[in-house]
Design a binder for this molecule. Structure first.
Ligand code: SF4
Ligand code: SF4
Length: 151
């Protein structure tokens, strides 16, 4: 079953990356697949409807559960963030307060590698943030605020 969920997640990401104009080669590289499998997926072959439906449920879960499940299945931060951010249609924004002490806990915690330390202060790249709020829970000084962007 886990393999079928991974296939479904990669299928959803491949379709969305194609809609964004990526080539089959770029999609294959981003998702760690061979090009023929990408081609099959984009043509609706070699993928079951059940796998796609389960993957859609995973993406629709709360951001934290969706991220943790996807990362547990893939065990790869780059592919996890590509799949999550490609399939999730929400955006997030926020601030790091001046109380940040630069401990780096949030950097180590973020499963999509959205946080870096710059001059001993955390910075979040909201291109990758999926709103899981794990960093908010971990921060010892309550310095992180993240909210969903409502258009
Ligand atoms: S966990 Fe909090 S205090 Fe530590 S670097 Fe991140 S934002 Fe700063
Ligand atoms: S909420 Fe924090 S831990 Fe989660 S993806 Fe965004 S920056 Fe990373």
């Amino acid at each position: 079953m886990p393999k079928h969920i991974v296939s479904g997640l990669k299928y959803l990401a491949a379709v969305n990356l194609r809609k964004k104009g990526q080539t089959q080669k770029e999609i294959a590289n981003a998702l760690g697949m061979d090009r023929s499998t990408v081609s099959h997926y984009l043509n609706g072959r070699n993928i079951s409807r059940d796998s796609i439906e389960v993957a859609e449920v995973v993406i629709e879960m709360c951001p934290k559960d969706s991220l943790l499940l996807t990362y547990t299945l893939l065990k790869n931060k780059e592919r996890t963030r590509t799949i999550i951010r490609t399939c999730q249609n929400k955006r997030y924004d926020g601030v790091i307060k001046n109380s940040c002490i630069g401990c780096g806990l949030c950097v180590d915690t973020c499963l999509v590698k959205a946080i870096v330390l710059n001059d001993l202060k955390a910075q979040i790249d909201f291109k990758w943030c999926c709103g899981c709020l794990i960093c908010v829970e971990m921060c010892p000084t309550n310095s992180i605020e993240i909210k969903e962007v409502v258009d």
